[in-house]
Design a protein. Structure first.
Ligand code: UDP
Length: 252
């Protein structure tokens, strides 16, 4: 669990999983990758890493392809194939993020859940932990390596097996709302929620399998806005921002 603050710049969290969706790599409303957007996020990661927090990034692929949507549009592709295509899309993003981080002087390792020697290391839990301990930013691509789930689920599982203190879910809005705030300006913002309320109200900020894993294993989640400069740093410092999801007080 989080260690106490030692000084102003020290992180509150020792190790975090940062879930970045593919859309954070594209210009708003567009698809594909824009390196300026990738570098914007990479700078924020670099700031956060400089505090000494160990960061593993689970990267999405929705800016390129989401398996379920792709399958829906054609009967000529099998669902599993479409999901594998989605997983490969996350590797494209991972390569972009790796170079962006390294151009800023960060030491990184790209690890994939589907083996692709020559491009990245295979994901091996103990090796990932060793990289983190050596202060390398670890980028985890290809999700879980299996179809029919999303990178939210991969992020929840990696947070558990890498014993992260918290799962940081970066979104383009300030946190969790009662409804989509981009559609309803009167949607209510929550600064804190428990997993049961999230499940009962079907709050749609992360896939339900990921929420279930976090709930079962008491992994706290912070949903916050990556578009605001410095928010990744604030998140690892444990500052007040976004929406915190955890157990109800009486269950803790
Ligand atoms: N995917 C998968 N297994 C995984 C992770 C991802 O099959 O463990 C596929 C799935 O089709 C998903 C796509 O990869 O839609 C891209 O990931 P995701 O939709 O989570 O990206 P994001 O929305 O975060 O950009």
């Amino acid at each position: 669990m989080p260690s106490a603050n030692q000084n102003e710049s020290s992180p509150r969290f020792r190790r975090v999983i940062l879930k970045l969706s593919g859309e954070s790599f594209a210009i708003s409303g567009e698809r594909g990758i824009a390196m300026d957007e990738v570098v914007h996020i990479a700078r924020q990661i670099q700031q956060a890493e400089a505090t000494g927090c160990q960061i593993a990034v689970v990267i999405g692929g929705g800016n390129i392809l989401r398996g379920a949507n792709f399958k829906e549009r054609s009967s000529h592709i099998q669902a599993a194939t479409a999901h594998y295509m989605g997983m490969l899309a996350t590797v494209i993003n991972g390569l972009g993020l790796q170079d962006a981080l390294e151009s800023l002087g960060c030491d990184t390792r790209l690890m994939t859940a589907i083996r692709m020697d020559g491009v990245a290391e295979p994901y091996i839990r103990r090796r990932a932990r060793a990289h983190l301990n050596k202060k390398r930013v670890v980028i985890l691509a290809a999700g879980t390596g299996g179809p029919y789930v999303t990178t939210d689920t991969a992020a929840a599982l990696r947070a558990l097996e890498l014993e992260a203190d918290i799962l940081l879910k970066a979104t383009r809005v300030d946190g969790v709302y009662s409804e989509d705030p981009e559609k309803n300006p009167h949607a209510v913002f929550y600064d804190e929620l428990d997993y049961v309320t999230v499940q009962e109200q079907n709050l749609d900020f992360m896939d339900s399998t990921a929420i279930a894993h976090c709930k079962e294993h008491k992994m706290p989640i912070l949903v916050f806005n990556y578009k605001k400069d410095g928010n990744i740093l604030r998140a690892v410092r444990g500052e007040e921002l976004g929406t915190r999801i955890r157990l109800k007080q009486d269950e803790a």
